[in-house]
Design a protein around this ligand. Structure first.
Ligand code: GLN
Length: 241
């Protein structure tokens, strides 16, 4: 049984981040993999042993500020789940909270979980639009497409790998050509869209990690992803314009 845990979806789930949950659940079902979705709300404790894919979505600064302390309280459980082989996908506001801090426009500061060595500061203007990234995961290159909308500019620590390199769009900060972070099975990205419907390879990577945690290493049965590939091609096209 694979357990998907959306973290604070009432507050962290904008630009269709919920689609990521639906895609993971459905791609597991299509393959007759036993799957459950157990969201956690503010006040709940994350059960590290029963969290195979942890999802943290995006949010406005206001919503992020509401959950930052709570999320930090879950850090030991998050660490223990990750150390035990769980996968974590964090998008935009969630990605920012993986790091040490997020400094907003007014100099207001949110302390993040520090799970990944990165930090974020709000910049002038927002990075908004379609994004095309060349991602490398497990030594394999993939196109990653979607939509970004953020004021935060994220800088990765020197030992943290990006999820990919920006071909079109802003990415982490609009300057260094990097997008997201990848640290073991911890994936951070600015890409909404939602992310996984247009990038089924990444959904399957998360599912494969979750299955591996349960000792299942056989490769996932391929699905008919023609529509997803058409949507991705269209998004890539828009990003290139
Ligand atoms: N509040 C953050 C920013 O604007 C995150 C926004 C988001 O999650 N889309 O940088």
């Amino acid at each position: 049984m694979i357990t998907i845990v959306p973290v604070y979806p009432q507050l962290l789930s904008i630009y269709a981040d919920r689609g990521n949950v639906i895609v993971l659940e459905q791609r597991a079902r299509w393959r007759e993999i036993d799957v459950a979705v157990h969201p956690i709300a503010v006040g709940d404790d994350l059960d590290a042993a029963n969290a195979d894919i942890i999802l943290i979505g995006g949010g406005q600064d206001r919503d992020q500020a509401l959950v930052a302390d709570e999320l930090r309280r879950q850090t030991p459980a998050l660490r223990s789940a990750i150390a035990d082989g769980a996968a974590l996908l964090a998008v935009c506001g969630g990605f920012q909270l993986l790091g040490h801090r997020y400094r907003g426009h007014q100099g207001d500061e949110m302390i993040g979980t520090g799970l990944v060595d990165l930090e974020t500061e709000a910049g002038d203007g927002r990075l908004i639009g379609n994004v095309l990234v060349e991602a490398t995961v497990n030594g394999m290159r993939h196109d990653l497409v979607g939509f970004e909308n953020h004021a935060g500019r994220t800088t990765l620590g020197s030992n943290v790998a990006p999820l990919g390199r920006v071909i079109a769009g802003g990415g982490n900060n609009g300057l260094d050509g990097l997008e997201g972070c990848l640290d073991g099975r911890v994936v951070g990205t600015y890409i909404h869209g939602p992310l996984l419907p247009k990038n089924p390879w990444l959904a399957d990577q998360l599912l494969a990690w979750a299955l591996d945690r349960h000792g299942v290493t056989t490769s996932l049965e391929p699905l008919d992803d023609r529509l997803a590939h058409l949507a991705a091609a269209r998004a890539a096209d828009l990003a290139r314009r």
